[in-house]
Design a binder for this molecule. Structure first.
Ligand code: ZN
Length: 210
């Protein structure tokens, strides 16, 4: 249970917002409010009904994004702990990954999200295992450090692949639209869709790797 103090109705040292159960607001300054309390707070500040709704929607969108990032982060580290059979991720690796996500890494100038990192790790999992057999890593941290560099080095290829896949999906959707609009012969369309769906990860895996 994670409790926080409502800035409006909780006296000092009282915490009644249970973030797992309740709808709440977390402001940019990391202050917590019950939703109704936050509405009261905005009314006091003279905000109109419309402004109150848009402010709350805006904050909730940001909260949703932050929540997703936290979930993606957990997913990545849980996956890594399973993959490397470790019970904890060392502070060293943890910090390196946090820096990459925040765009503070000297290894790459772009920000790579936790979601993308996990995706690349999963795609490259077999390759990294085979690769590790050839290298004699002295400990698991050295291997994780090396693998992370390989994952980052493949980021551009991964992005190219994802963009191609997205274009491909758009093309398939376009063709589906044409089927509905123009009622073109079913067989012709089927062929075109299957041709367009030929990209899959395995086909591209060799290109993907170093
Ligand atoms: Zn409250």
């Amino acid at each position: 249970m994670s409790l926080h103090r409502c800035q409006l109705c909780d006296p000092p040292k009282h915490k009644t917002i249970d973030i797992l159960k309740e709808d709440y607001i977390k402001t940019e300054k990391k202050q917590y409010y019950h939703i109704d309390c936050y509405k009261k707070y905005l009314i006091k500040k003279g905000k109109s009904e419309e402004e109150i709704i848009s402010t709350i929607n805006f904050i909730q969108d940001i909260m949703q994004c932050e929540k997703k990032i936290e979930q993606d982060k957990d997913r990545l580290f849980v996956w890594m702990m399973n993959y490397y059979s470790v019970e904890v991720i060392s502070t060293f690796i943890f910090k390196k990954i946090s820096d990459i996500v925040a765009g503070r890494s000297c290894l790459i100038k772009k920000c790579i999200s936790y979601e993308e990192l996990l995706d690349i790790y999963k795609i490259m999992g077999n390759y990294l295992n085979k690769n590790a057999l050839k290298k004699n890593f002295t400990d698991i941290d050295s291997r994780m450090h090396y693998d992370l560099a390989v994952v980052i080095n493949n980021y551009n290829k991964y992005r190219e692949y994802k963009d191609k896949q997205q274009d491909n999906n758009i093309q398939v959707k376009e063709i589906e639209k044409q089927i509905n609009n123009q009622k073109v012969s079913e067989n012709v369309i089927k062929n075109r869709i299957s041709n367009n769906q030929e990209y899959n990860l395995n086909d591209n895996l060799n290109d993907f790797l170093l």
